[in-house]
Design a protein around this ligand. Structure first.
Ligand code: SF4
Ligand code: SF4
Length: 444
């Protein structure tokens, strides 16, 4: 039955065009300044930054080169498919010759705008995304012809309704229990529904040949990604923020070009490793980040604090879907038949994911095991558990993770924050105290 509620009257309020334009202009200006400042800070902390990092700096400008490229490709008839979270099957989007872009919102200013229609208790990632839509701030969201939105938490479920007034939203229902016998088949049906939608939007059939090419493309990206992460296991040859920036640009860059640039970066870093040229002192406390995704550019406040603190830390690894989880797992195909490839995509996007939206008979064990393994591999001295207020899933899993880390004698610090720059001073004191403690432990 058709809704009696008219489109446009559900959530997002009417605003005058001049108010939209003014807010868009001021938020864009402030975002460009944050991007510039973050890059300057990274350059300052790592004096001998490899030249190829300039490529990633350029791509990190959300309003720059990549936006222009996508606009031009769109003008030739290509479709742009946005996605809000790492459950979206990127290989299928690529196979249909469409452009995948992640549309998560890392703007603090737009979260304030989202407060007009949502209470502040709601997760700021959601408030920020809606606020960005209210003033057309997000270039990739605006360019998207449709958005794949996995309904992983309450915030994302309602966000899908809020954005549906403006864009076609393709909802996906990831099962919350991974290990039930019927789970995988349910999830594969979700993947098949998305496949049909992609084919209808683009007019391109996803077949064995183009899907195989797309999977191989992403496998190459994963290989380069893993090569970079491997380099972070030893003495630091790259600072955490720089690695995080490289990882995150994969979410909107052309993936083949990104892969090539990551390999160039790794060539340079491998040489430096041989020559013992480090990005920071080898005895710098090694920090792991876990928790809520840290979305570029505003959410760089935590890694900035860690790597500029006195004593300083270095982020060597993270367990975040905005970082080391993005490309860690390849789609593993045995036989290159259509059904085998689709099965492999289904398994990769569900079983390898450590999002806190999952549970099982033994809780979210995959996440716990992922954290334990990385702590050992990356010789982590301490963990910062980052949570934006309103993200219930990460907040609730904290105690379980803390109990495990206590047993391993690995210090963990719960760093909760809002989407604001105003608490940086107070957070600096907290981060410094944690790093002082890590340094003191290392001296014993
Ligand atoms: S934390 Fe989970 S739900 Fe949130 S964006 Fe990441 S994968 Fe998606
Ligand atoms: S940060 Fe937490 S509450 Fe917010 S969208 Fe992600 S999983 Fe949901």
């Amino acid at each position: 039955m058709a809704s009696e509620i008219e489109k446009g009257t559900k959530y997002i309020p009417e605003m005058t065009q001049s108010e939209i334009d003014d807010l868009n202009k001021s938020m864009k200006t402030s975002s460009l300044k944050v991007i510039e400042d973050n890059i300057e800070k990274m350059k300052k902390s790592w004096k001998d930054r490899p030249q190829v990092m300039e490529y990633f700096d350029e791509i990190s400008n959300l309003f720059g080169k990549r936006q222009e490229e996508i606009k031009q490709q769109k003008a030739t008839g290509k479709k742009v498919i946005g996605y809000s979270c790492i459950f979206a099957p990127i290989e299928m989007i690529l196979a249909a010759d469409a452009i995948p872009v992640r549309v998560g919102s890392g703007w603090y200013d737009s979260a304030k705008l989202g407060d007009r229609i949502m209470p502040v208790e709601v997760c700021p990632v959601i408030r920020s995304t809606v606020g960005a839509k209210m003033v057309n701030l997000s270039p990739f969201l605006e360019l998207s012809d449709a958005i794949v939105m996995p309904l992983t938490c309450d915030g994302r479920t309602k966000l899908s309704e809020m954005l549906a007034d403006h864009k076609p939203i393709w909802r996906m229902n990831p099962p919350r229990v991974k290990d039930d016998p019927h789970t995988l088949s349910m999830w594969k049906q979700e993947i098949m529904v998305i496949k049909e939608k992609i084919e209808k939007l683009t007019g391109n059939k996803i077949d064995r040949k183009n899907l195989k090419t797309a999977i191989e493309k992403m496998q190459q990206a994963t290989k380069a990604f893993r090569r970079l992460q491997e380099l972070r296991k030893g003495n630091p040859v790259i600072n955490g923020r720089d690695a995080m920036l490289v990882n995150q640009t994969s979410l909107w860059d052309d993936i083949e070009r990104w892969t090539q640039k990551v390999n160039e970066l790794c060539d340079e870093l491998e040489k430096r490793l041989e020559q013992k040229e480090y990005s920071t002192y080898p005895d710098t406390p090694r920090v792991m980040l876990t928790g809520t995704p840290m979305i570029w550019p505003d959410s760089w406040k935590v890694p900035n604090l860690i790597e500029e603190s006195n004593p300083q830390g270095v982020v060597v690894v993270d367990e975040q879907c905005s970082g080391d989880r993005i490309l860690y797992d390849p789609v593993g195909v045995d036989e290159w038949t259509m059904s085998d490839m689709i099965d492999a995509i289904g398994e990769r996007y569900l079983m390898a994911c450590t999002c806190p939206c999952f549970t099982s008979e033994h809780g979210n064990e995959d996440r716990i095991n992922w954290i334990i393994d990385r702590i050992k591999e990356y010789k982590v001295d301490g963990v910062i558990y980052y949570v934006v207020r309103g993200c219930i899933l990460y907040a609730m899993e904290y105690q379980r993770i803390k109990n495990v880390l206590d047993k391993m004698n690995i210090p963990v610090y719960y760093l909760d924050t809002e989407y604001t720059r105003e608490d940086v001073g107070q957070m600096k004191t907290r981060v410094e105290a944690f790093l002082e403690m890590l340094e003191a432990r290392m001296d014993i």
